[in-house]
Design a protein around this ligand. Structure first.
Ligand code: FAD
Length: 460
């Protein structure tokens, strides 16, 4: 019976778009989470909403699980087909259908690479702020499903703030359009907000209407080096108390800096124990004064070196250095176990102290960087041996648990922007009480009563 579904899909879409041979299928069975490979029957490369409808209709009729997949850059295993079945890939749905300069919006297919949209709108003097560090490789459908953020979220907010409307297909093949093209609108429940961040468990997004902004006329970037991360944490508070609202406030700790030495374009000063990248935008006349106030706040917190990017190339080098943090840690260690937690901004210094203590107690190497302006820290446990050494694996598990406990103790949240997926399911009940878990299970049933769309995700 199941074979018939795949044959039917092959007949409708052409056999080259219904991938079943092992070699071609392989890349659809993994993602960037490092959680390994999960087998599936096939990957279907859809090119239109009608094809998504067909896949979801047949899958429901035959009770087959479907895992939506964008570009596979997810860090928590959201796109892994844990129950097998069909991987539904939107990587061929890459049309930017509309960029409306009057109404400041773009209409896109879900497979558009985020950086491609950013470049296309900037070429027209417009601005799409959400800028995940993976923007060169992740897709807007994945960004919507994960409610992706990035450095610019501090001033401009995350993906949720930009999704005006969605065309979605539910499990079973029914198309539901929701939202609007206008900046305001409160008709009915905010179903768009429910889909954003639902990790592909409610519906497949087939078209996304995104709010745009005018492109800021000027940008200025500053890198401040500090003796330690606590001083950098103090500078974050100082900048905000000075009344400044940079568009990005990014933190790199000593271990991250040491890993990046000689492997990224920016050369950190010897002995730098932490760094902050501060980026401002706005009218060119006011930028210099703002920059000076941020620099003064960094100096007051103990900065040992300040560098203002003097041209576009230096700016790009600073950001390239920041973006290399994740791939460099990954390249240099056998296992990089990422945590993506958020604490109230004022609790960053205390959180960093606790992370150091946990890492020392469990003898695990650790490197932290992240969006300090939002209190969003990417804490990476770095391990050089394979899993299997029981005592070692228990120490890693205790370190992970300790980081989540510290986060919740400081009134933070366990997932900042990478979602829960598979990786963090165990911790969801640590943060959310049973009535909220039960309500969310009922929401899932309303969208997908048979639990066939991306099953086995988010909730344990
Ligand atoms: C080096 C690196 C840096 C990163 N930096 C950031 C960062 O700064 N900020 C950040 O937020 N994330 C970051 N990420 C994580 C990742 O890039 C984001 O989560 C991104 O939004 C995933 O997009 P994707 O297209 O790769 O989605 P995938 O990994 O393919 O899928 C992610 C989830 O989205 C669902 N999905 C995908 N498309 C659809 C669709 N059309 N409809 C419904 N559900 C769908 C999938 O089912 C899955 O649950 C980073 C990852 C890497 C590897």
């Amino acid at each position: 019976m199941t074979l018939d579904v795949y044959q039917l899909l092959g007949r409708e879409l052409g056999p080259s778009r219904v991938i079943r041979d092992e070699e071609r299928l392989e890349r659809f069975l993994i993602d960037e989470s490092g959680l390994g490979r999960y087998p599936a029957e096939c990957a279907v490369l859809v090119e239109s909403r009608a094809e998504v409808e067909l896949v979801l209709r047949l899958a429901r009729e035959h009770r087959l699980p479907v895992t939506p997949r964008g570009a596979g850059s997810g860090m928590t295993g959201g796109a892994l087909p844990v129950r097998g079945g069909i991987v539904l890939s939107t990587e061929r749905m890459t049309a930017i259908r509309e960029i409306d300069e009057d109404d400041l919006l773009a209409v896109v297919e879900p497979g558009v690479i985020t950086g491609d949209l950013i470049a296309a709108v900037e070429a027209r003097g417009l601005f799409y702020p959400p800028d995940p560090a993976s923007l060169a490789s992740c897709s807007l459908g994945g960004n919507v499903a994960e409610n992706a953020g990035g450095p610019r979220a501090f001033r401009y907010g995350v993906t949720r703030e930009y999704v005006l409307g969605l065309e979605t297909v539910l499990m079973g093949g029914e198309t539901v359009r929701m939202g609007r093209r206008t900046p305001k609108g409160v008709t009915g429940y905010d179903t768009v907000a429910a889909i954003v961040g639902s990790e592909g468990t409610f519906a497949v997004a087939t078209e996304i209407t995104l709010k745009l902004l005018p492109k800021p006329p000027a940008v200025a970037t500053l890198l401040a080096a500090f003796p330690d991360a606590l001083a950098a944490g103090r500078a974050v508070g100082g900048i905000i108390k000075a009344g400044e609202r940079p568009r990005a406030l990014e933190l790199l700790d000593r271990a991250t800096i040491d890993h990046l030495r000689g492997r990224a374009p920016y050369r950190f000063p010897e002995g730098a124990g932490a760094a902050l990248i501060v980026e401002l935008d706005g009218a060119p006349e006011g930028l210099e004064a703002q920059l000076l106030r941020c620099a003064a706040a960094c100096e007051a917190a103990g900065a040992c070196e300040l560098l203002v990017a003097s041209d576009e190339q230096q700016r790009r080098d600073l950001w390239e250095t920041r973006r290399r943090a994740n791939p460099t840690l990954k390249m240099l260690h056998r296992r990089k176990i990422p945590e993506d937690v958020v604490v109230p901004r004022s609790a960053i210094p205390e959180m960093l102290r606790r992370v150091d203590a946990i890492a020392a107690a469990e003898r695990v190497q650790c490197a932290t960087y992240g969006h300090a302006g939002d209190g969003n820290l990417h804490i990476n446990l770095l391990v050089d041996d394979e899993p299997g050494d029981v005592a070692r694996d228990q120490a890693i598990e205790r370190a992970k648990d300790g980081i989540i406990r510290a986060t919740l103790d400081l009134r933070g949240t366990l997932a900042g922007e990478h979602g829960v997926g598979l990786l963090k399911q165990k911790y969801v009940p640590w943060e959310q009480a049973p009535p909220l878990l039960a309500l969310q299970r009922r929401m899932k049933r309303a969208f997908d009563p048979d639990d066939l769309l991306n099953p086995g995700k988010i909730f344990p």
